[in-house]
Design a protein. Sequence first.
Length: 264
Amino acid sequence: MTGPLRVVIVDDEPPARAVLRELLTSRPDVALCGEADSGATAVTAIEALRPELVFLDVQLPDLDGFEVLTRIPRDAMPAIVFVTAYDEFAVRAFDVHAVDYLVKPFTDARFELAFARVRARTERGRSPGAARGVAQILHELAAAGPAPALAPPGHFLVRVGRRSILVAVSEIDWIAADRYYATLHVRSRTHLVRETMASLEARLDPAVFVRIHRSAIVHLGRVRELRRTAAERLEVVLHDGTSLDVSRSRRGPLMRRLAGRRDG
């Protein structure tokens, strides 16, 4: 392959596009040439930009990913990696000769495996030496299995542009859900992580963090007050003034945790 691989991202969810954008722009062998948030805009972008690779969400607000492919001219058809939250479309994806199929949230190692498969396909027949190199990468990734976590205990490893930085769990004020992603709120900064709220709740210390809503986990040490609204809703107010709703089913556990902290 001569020159970087031209890539387009198609996903209707900004967090999902942000994850792929960070992974792709950190690679010197990629030129991210466009993004689309619907099936119709995807068709337009692919026809106009002629990418070599498209990361394509299956479920879009107008056309689904498979319908997008039916509208792409044969001479403009790129390599496709489907990206979705569900694995039920996997067989159909390979029926249309997709290179790979990523289920959100995916790990960096799984992304690298998909990218190696793309390289193997695009370089096949062009450069035998390069193709053998990619095959070797595939073999090594498969043999190694899932990559070990790089963050030390008590930390998250997050991407900031082309860098990866460590965020201490103790620095987190609260965590917001964004479907199968989550946003860490750390003072005035936010960091996107590819984990579900359920997995985060399971790995965080329950004596320090409590889930107050299906879409929010708070650091108990950051809670300044509890406030009842005119509509009889309960809110948590953090030290920085952030107000977060507490769902009815989680009021009891929250009150018990707060009482335990005061008693301790």
